[in-house]
Design a protein around this ligand. Structure first.
Ligand code: DLL
Length: 444
């Protein structure tokens, strides 16, 4: 579809959406009335910018079903976020919503080269989390043979991958790393598996991590993005031809980028917070929903021929952004720098604390098994630290990583090396940050 045709379609859908939510959802009626917006004033896409925005707290405040635009009778599926910080957020899907979701997921899987000849290994978690079922329905709609293995059970995953000839895998990038670790322990040569492509998302990851996964597994690694509030996975995804930006399924999810502090809409190319309007969703339509995710948009045509706007890989969430001595830092930026260094593994965590008024960050990263063997002769554990810290190779490596972080991100950090395998592996979304400042008084 040309961009002008697409714009017309988006405009028509927006007008229908605004009228529907105003007449059906008391929350939106109040929101619009308070903002002084009448639905009949919205005649096309140009009027979107005048509409009020919505946020995660609106979903929380209306827990569990307050934002639903249809009676429960028409809802055929309910998903919910984990709700680690308070009440979960609930999302309900009508049958049409499930069909739309399957369609966008089928589209993105086709975009990474999946066909009905593939065995699609779905290792995202099945359950209230949207990853598993989202990928499942899309792959099934394409006619692929779907393996609904879900997360965990790493050894079994590897066995089935080999026996069933999985050719496409869907999971978090951190789980893919974990699978690789286990394959090495088992002495498996994963590069000779039929696996061709990985569809990785649900957490931030870097270009360095992409290169690492592609090389370890001999596959193409594509980035997929989504959030449960909007639909789940399938809001956007890279195509395998370019692997350069994630095509947003704009006919269903209209993107804007705003300055997170002022709310001002930014131009294409400018970095800011992604805001999405669901143009076709029935169960729980969202208008100008602030995702909290930082990215930017690129409308240039892609070599793959798709005309859908592309977003950059998500650098991180506004609420995961660390402020270290006044500098904004996303964990994925640290990951990029770590992956440039030789002899360290992509297993890391960032421990943030406060000493007096100073924020401190300790970058804890595993060294490679080879280096570990070299420096320890495979006997001592890194806890018996002096041998290691005084080892020339490690001293040099530490200096180099610290300098790169200082040069590229602009902060001074501590770096601690950890024994291979000692940092907890993740079967879902990796937990990269331990922020101890929350419990620490400024003068502690
Ligand atoms: O993570 C949906 C999903 C499942 C996406 C499988 C991709 C693959 P939630 O649990 O609601 O939904 O978490 C959504 O995860 O706002 C982002 O902050 C983050 N996120 C998702 N995909 C990516 C990605 C699913 N590719 C939140 N890169 C979002 C960076 C991502 N962050």
């Amino acid at each position: 579809m040309s961009r002008s045709e697409l714009r017309r379609l988006q405009g028509e859908r927006l007008v229908t959406l605004v009228n529907r939510v105003y007449s059906r959802v008391p929350f939106y009626r109040d929101l619009f009335d308070t903002a002084g917006v009448k639905p009949e004033q919205v005649r096309g896409l140009g009027d979107l910018v005048g509409l009020p925005m919505t946020r995660k707290r609106d979903l929380r405040d209306s827990y569990p079903f307050g934002l639903f635009a249809v009676p429960l009778k028409e809802i055929v599926r309910i998903h919910a976020s984990s709700g680690t910080t308070g009440k979960p957020t609930t999302v309900g899907y009508t049958r049409n919503d499930i069909n739309m979701w399957a369609e966008v997921m089928a589209r993105v899987l086709a975009g990474v080269g999946t066909t009905d000849e593939d065995v699609v290994h779905v290792a995202y978690g099945y359950g209230l989390f949207t990853g598993g079922l989202g990928a499942h329905y899309g792959a099934e709609l394409l006619g692929a043979s779907v393996l609904p293995i879900s997360g965990s059970n790493t050894q079994r995953q590897l066995m089935l991958m080999k026996d069933f000839g999985s050719s496409v895998i869907c999971c978090t990038p951190s789980f893919m790393l974990y699978l690789w670790d286990v394959s090495q322990e088992l002495g498996m040569d994963v590069t000779s598996l039929p696996l061709r492509v990985g569809v990785f998302g649900a957490e931030p990851w870097s270009e360095g991590m992409r290169r690492d996964l592609e090389q370890k597994w001999n596959i193409k690694a594509c980035d997929i993005y989504g959030l449960s509030e909007i639909v789940g996975p399938g809001v956007s995804c890279e195509c395998v031809d370019a692997q350069s930006g994630l095509h947003i399924n704009e006919d269903h999810f209209f993107p804007e980028i705003i300055d997170p502090d002022t709310g001002k809409v930014l131009d294409y190319g400018e970095q800011g917070e992604l805001v999405i309007t669901t143009l076709t969703k029935e169960g729980i339509p969202l208008i100008r929903y602030r995702t909290g995710d930082i990215t930017r948009l690129n409308p240039e045509p892609c070599i793959c021929g798709r005309t859908l706007v592309r977003m950059d890989r998500v650098y991180g969430r506004t609420d995961d952004m660390l402020i270290i001595r006044g500098v904004n830092v996303f964990p994925s930026q640290v990951e990029s720098v770590l992956l440039m260094a030789p002899n360290v593994e992509p297993h890391y965590r960032l421990v943030v604390s406060r000493k007096g008024a100073m924020d401190m960050m300790d970058v804890q990263v595993e060294i490679s098994p080879d280096l570990y063997r070299n420096v320890s002769e495979a006997v001592l554990s890194l806890d018996e630290i002096s041998v290691f810290t005084e080892h020339d190779i490690l001293i040099d490596l530490k200096k180099r990583i610290k300098k790169n972080i200082k040069d590229i991100i602009g902060i001074s950090v501590e770096v601690s090396f950890k024994e291979p395998g000692s940092i907890e592996r993740s079967e879902g979304k990796a937990q990269r940050v331990i922020d101890m400042r929350k419990g620490q008084a400024a003068d502690a």
